[in-house]
Design a protein around this ligand. Structure first.
Ligand SMILES: [Zn+2]
Ligand SMILES: [Zn+2]
Length: 336
């Protein structure tokens, strides 16, 4: 990917927000935000800690000082906030911790990923195995997917969290916390004056990843859509800054675009269920060209939309007798 510069934004109250681009994976860029409000300095997210991500973050901090003239060093940071505990946002914490003692804040539902990371990884791996079996994957394919699922995540070392965030909190008198579960259980949007840091919740030009609620409580399409309505109802937001996407000048229009995309995806999965199919078969039909890690993501996406339709009684299980007798049999979903 071509290199990208730092962009500076200013809120109505005069806070400066620097958007630092980090290459978090070879094919994924993410933005970390450095927020300066008076003497207060906060780092929002930390990148993946993989590949060049840590170096990009250190370089970004230097450029804010050298190119933008901000007198800010790592030791000046007063606060680290995580928008959510996905590895592309929290993986850089181990490096950040070696440079600053600033207290770390994360939403209560994502705290466990940071403080008990090894335990979380073991449990989510187990649940992923169950999901993949119920999706219809044979043992060899499951083993391959589970190896990919754990790859990279096991490099992170657990750290203490100093402050736990809840919906509606005002953190340090600067960030209004808006809890937006769906993409990640403890994801938050952070409102600073008239600028909303939207994390991975509002990314209108980006394919937002959703996995089923059956894999992780508070995730899934239903929570995501409710959380979209929640941010659409906020007043006075002039600008949205997301974790991977271009700046969003019109939050309402962005939410509508995302909702329309979600409706299309739900409809596509529903139509694909005209023929009774397992989640694996649906994924092969809807995402025929993907392989490796993208295939694992596609299986979870299809699983999330199947779950949404199933929750609403719009699907039936065509092989119910078999499924009822043997829990190793994958359900074949058919439009009801
Ligand atoms: Zn995420
Ligand atoms: Zn992300």
């Amino acid at each position: 990917m071509a290199p990208e510069g730092i962009i500076r934004f200013e809120t109505a109250g005069g806070a400066r927000i620097y958007r630092l681009p980090l290459q978090v994976f070879p094919s994924l860029r993410a933005y970390v935000h450095l927020v300066l409000a008076g003497d207060y300095v906060a780092l929002v997210d930390t990148g993946s800690g993989q590949g060049v991500s840590d170096a990009d973050l250190r370089d970004g901090m230097e450029r804010v000082r050298d190119e933008w003239g901000e007198l800010v060093e790592w030791r000046d940071i007063d606060r680290i906030v995580l928008t959510h505990a996905h590895i592309d946002h929290h993986g850089g914490l181990n490096m950040v911790r070696s440079l600053t003692d600033a207290p770390l804040a994360v939403h209560e539902l994502d705290r466990r990923v940071i403080v008990h990371h090894e335990e979380r990884l073991a449990l989510s791996r187990f649940r992923m195995g169950v999901f993949l079996r119920r999706a219809g994957l044979d043992e060899a394919r499951r083993a391959r997917m589970l190896a990919m699922y754990s790859g990279g995540k096991n490099l992170f070392r657990s750290l203490p969290v100093d402050d736990v965030l809840h919906d509606g909190d005002l953190l340090d008198g600067v960030f209004r916390v808006i809890h937006v579960p769906g993409h990640c259980p403890g994801q938050v949007c952070l409102l600073i004056d008239d600028v909303l840091l939207t994390a991975d919740h509002v990314l209108p030009n980006f394919s937002i990843f959703l996995s089923p609620e059956s894999l992780t409580a508070s995730n899934g399409v239903d929570h995501f859509l409710l959380s979209l309505r929640k941010v659409a109802a906020l007043s006075g937001v002039r600008l949205g800054l997301g974790g991977h996407d271009r700046p969003v000048p019109d939050l309402g229009a962005a939410v509508e675009k995302i909702e329309a995309t979600q409706r299309q995806r739900i409809q596509r999965v529903y139509e694909a269920c005209a023929e009774a199919s397992t989640i694996e078969e649906l994924t092969a039909r809807l995402y025929p060209a993907v392989g490796d890690y993208d295939e694992l993501l596609a299986l979870q996406k299809v699983g999330a939309y199947v779950e949404y339709l199933d929750q609403r009684g719009m699907l039936a299980i065509a092989n119910l007798d078999e499924v009822a007798q043997d829990d190793s049999v994958a359900p074949r979903y058919v439009a009801a």
